[in-house]
Design a protein around this ligand. Structure first.
Ligand SMILES: C[S@@+](CC[C@H](N)C(=O)[O-])C[C@H]1O[C@@H](n2cnc3c(N)ncnc32)[C@H](O)[C@@H]1O
Length: 407
């Protein structure tokens, strides 16, 4: 739908919401579940629902199937476009954010750029009356459709508006008369990630203004956001799942509780590591028997020294986020590897050492090195049956390789 001109995409959405549209989408979902490929599926659908409707029904069924692992059963009734699905946060995290934002103090919230409504729905489910704002008419229709499909339409008002103007007009800590605000700027344009926060939509100036004027607010930012951008008194949180950062947040001052927070989603639970102030860098020392790779949420939030103190560990280099200690760690915040060899980086010597140890397959990890891990792993492949983790990094400023056991 999203590649269509707006009027056409809106007309398709309107049809998809009719009983005929729902039947066609259910049929497309059946065909997909039965393993039909695009050509076969579309041909069947065309014959059954007409050429005009086959494409939109197929596309929606495909997007719902893609959304299911993250959105669960909600996905089966959601209205999505490829763009809004790509921009959507995880509903589990949107729910956590909504509960913390409202904090039992706010019963109204504005979602400044609602897209397909993930945050809007989460806020409504958390008990707020929600004003969902977007400048894109298709986004507004999708949010309205999803609020209805998920049974929260009575608490959601969808409206056209410019987030920049609404934040400029904030009064008494409220934006558009709402006690709480969520801002999730679009950080892609023309299919490309916008690394410069001044190029987000709305831009950084609106992010900063919101945090200043609306203390009960939360902004989703890029994981790579520079710490220097975080205003004083604003908590920054990095959330990871499965070894990657899944969201980074700045909390308005009424909600901020600490300086930085690292949050780790694991088995449906969220573990948290926090610091009230900058804990400073971890101490540096020689490589010992175990290497620990901190979770990205710990690294991004600047809390490596907390993890180090917990493990009685030191950094292998002042500029590299690898820790080392005498023992493996039972901590969720790091992955530990037993160090079997430490040698200066030298491909020939490394290959010879791996051969001598009967290691034919390696997983390469790197930090502070320009090597391509997959390329190096291929180059190190050999006849041996053994496996190892090869870490290429800097130790006390020197390019170094650590050969570690797979534990
Ligand atoms: C990243 S998406 C929001 C995603 C949403 N929070 C979710 O999880 O599904 C950003 C949205 O902001 C909207 N937007 C961008 N700039 C805006 C502005 N100045 N005023 C209103 N909406 C804006 C875009 O149209 C887009 O729908």
């Amino acid at each position: 739908m999203s590649a269509e001109p707006p009027a056409e995409a809106l007309a398709q959405l309107t049809w998809l919401r009719t009983p005929e549209g729902a039947t066609a989408t259910a049929r497309a979902a059946d065909l997909l579940a039965g393993g039909a490929d695009l050509l076969t599926g579309l041909a069947r659908l065309r014959a059954e629902v007409g050429a005009e409707h086959a494409g939109p029904a197929w596309e929606l069924a495909r997007l719902r199937a893609r959304a299911r692992p993250v959105f669960g059963a909600d996905a089966d009734v959601l209205y999505l476009t490829a763009d809004t699905l790509e921009q959507a946060g995880r509903p589990q995290l949107a729910a956590r954010r909504a509960v913390r934002l409202l904090g039992g103090h706010a019963d109204s919230a504005v979602d400044l750029g609602c897209a397909a409504g993930t945050d809007t729905v989460a806020l409504a489910r958390a008990g707020a009356r929600v004003l969902a704002v977007d400048r894109d008419p298709l986004a507004r229709e999708l949010t309205a459709a999803n609020a209805e499909a998920l049974g929260v339409a009575d608490d959601v008002w969808v409206t056209a508006g410019d987030a920049v103007e609404l934040v400029d007009g904030a009064r008494g800590g409220e934006v558009a008369g709402c006690a709480a605000a969520v801002l999730d700027p679009a950080r892609r344009a023309g299919g490309r990630r916008q690394l410069d926060p001044d190029r987000w939509s709305p831009p950084w100036s609106t992010v900063a203004a919101l945090l200043e004027r609306a203390p009960r607010s939360v902004v989703k930012v890029a994981p790579g956001l520079d710490h220097d951008r975080v205003p004083a008194g604003v908590e920054a949180e990095w959330v990871s799942a499965g070894g990657s950062i899944v969201e980074a947040l700045l909390w308005g001052r009424a909600v901020s509780a600490v300086w930085r927070r690292a949050s780790l989603v694991r088995d449906g639970e969220v573990l948290e590591l926090t610091a009230g102030e900058d804990p400073g860098p971890a101490p540096v020392g020689p490589v010992r028997g175990w290497l620990h790779e901190p979770d990205p949420s710990v690294i991004r939030s600047g809390l490596v020294s907390l993890a180090a103190a917990d493990l009685d560990a030191t950094l292998v280099d002042p500029t590299i986020a690898y820790l080392t200690s005498d023992a493996p760690a039972g901590s969720p915040w790091v992955t530990s590897y037993r160090v079997d060899e430490v040698l200066p980086f030298n491909l020939k010597k490394l290959k010879a050492l791996l051969r001598a140890r009967g290691i034919g397959r390696v997983v390469v990890k790197k930090r502070g090195s320009a090597i391509e891990p997959e390329q190096l792993a291929r180059a190190l492949r050999g006849p041996g049956d053994g496996t190892a983790v090869v870490v290429v990094t800097r130790v006390a400023g020197r390019p170094t390789t650590l050969v570690c056991a797979v534990t």
